[in-house]
Design a protein around this ligand. Structure first.
Ligand SMILES: [Zn+2]
Length: 410
């Protein structure tokens, strides 16, 4: 109760960075429960197959990076670092596997589930599985706005073939949330706050090891929180001990309560608790069985066994631009004045050109990037004071929106 109280106080004060894990999946499910179906309907008429023993299940992923400023415009390397982290954690190839307390080690499992960035888009074209979109939304709430182009987000790719991950700002109120299997197809997937995604880039302590996504993707694969979201609740998994509630930060082992059935206490190092990234290091065999059960014929994720979109040889045609921003407006130009410039250069549309949503990049004469900024208004003043005198190039936008302006700094 105490932490919920302080969360409310902090929200009210506008302080939004929490050092405690906060996952909105359970709240999301409780709100949307009526939209969840009991059993999957075979939608494409293709005969289902079962997994073969020990099969490594590979799940194609598309990452929608929704950005409103430079900090949210994650690099490809940062996105790839998250996929690598998922693979390490789900395959129990994580460096900290040795930190699992000895008493729990025999329960720790390699789930034999892996992830790849999609190589083929829904139209059959090549892709790198990363889509970046400028959004005019400063942040999203847990209302699925990020899942629809019409509300400043980006529409899901076929959720029978792709695990959709939306990365955006949620003001840090929750680190992320997932839809459990069985929800509406167009909202199926995982949402992660941009500053806890991946293992490189500007990440928020103590969530720098990509485990927010490990936790949320496991929800997407049907796992509940380890305390069952109730006092001494059950997560419907046999080999995870009952625990009183969630654990924050990193308790010392063993952590026992009145709920503990064994002297080893809580399995707070399980990915489905609320501990810090550096404190988590395992799924159990029971959790593995539950997740893999979703790929059986007639189960929710079975369609992924027939998803071949990670095979780039199956793609054809020209790739879609991955940095597509606001709707292309080839008409119009951009004015930059004064030119030559001393301290500030003002940029303004000349005609129909829209500055809002474009990325401005300033290069020097040798092509070195000096400054990069996402424009969020119709006019922008570029500071140039202190730069070495000489020729500079302002590049705005991409593709049809691209404009290059040469300016002289005195
Ligand atoms: Zn959760």
């Amino acid at each position: 109760m105490k932490s919920a109280f302080w969360a409310l106080i902090l929200m009210g004060s506008g302080i939004t960075a929490f050092a405690q894990r906060n996952c909105a999946t359970d709240a999301y499910y409780r709100t949307h429960r009526s939209q969840y179906a009991e059993m999957p309907v075979e939608r494409d008429g293709v005969e289902a197959r079962d997994t073969v023993p020990n099969e490594i299940i590979i799940i194609p992923v598309v990452v929608h990076v929704l950005f409103h400023n430079e900090a949210q415009m994650l690099s490809d390397a940062q996105v790839r670092s998250q996929i690598d982290a998922l693979n390490r954690d789900f395959r129990r190839m994580n460096d900290d596997a040795a930190s699992t307390p000895e008493v729990f080690r025999s329960r720790a499992a390699d789930t034999r589930i892996m992830f790849c960035l999609a190589q083929v888009d829904p139209a059959g074209r090549p892709t790198k599985g990363i889509v970046r979109r400028y959004t005019d939304r400063e942040y999203f709430l847990g209302d699925d706005g990020m899942k629809f182009s019409a509300s400043g987000g980006n529409d899901a790719w076929d959720t029978r073939k792709y695990l959709n991950i939306w990365v955006c700002s949620m003001l840090g109120r929750s680190l992320g949330y997932a839809s459990f299997p069985g929800g509406p197809a167009d909202k199926d997937g995982v949402v992660i706050n941009y500053d806890v995604f991946g293992t490189i880039g500007n990440l928020r302590e103590p969530f720098t090891m990509g485990r927010t996504a490990t936790h949320e993707v496991a929800h997407w694969l049907g796992l509940k929180h380890i305390w069952g979201d109730e006092t001494c609740g059950s997560d419907d998994v046999g080999d995870t001990p009952r625990q009183l509630s969630y654990n924050y930060y990193c308790p010392s082992f063993p952590h026992t309560t009145q709920c503990s059935q064994e002297s080893s206490g809580d399995m707070f190092m399980n990915y489905m608790d609320f501990t810090n990234d550096a404190c988590m290091n395992m799924f159990t065999h029971g959790q593995k069985k539950k997740m893999r059960g979703l790929f059986a014929p007639g189960a929710w994720r079975n369609s992924f066994l027939r998803s071949y979109v990670c095979d780039s040889s199956l793609a054809s045609g020209a790739p879609i631009p991955d940095d597509t921003l606001v709707a292309a407006k080839p008409a119009g130009n951009v004015k930059a004045y004064p030119n030559p410039v001393t301290d500030f250069c003002v940029l303004e549309p000349d005609g129909d050109y829209k500055l809002e949503g474009q990325i401005l990049r300033l290069y020097n004469a040798t092509g070195i990037l000096i400054r990069q900024v996402v424009l969020t208004s119709g006019k922008y003043t570029l500071p140039m004071r202190g730069l070495t005198p000489g020729t500079y190039f302002i590049k705005l936008g991409e593709h049809a929106n691209k404009r290059v302006i040469r300016i002289l700094k005195l």
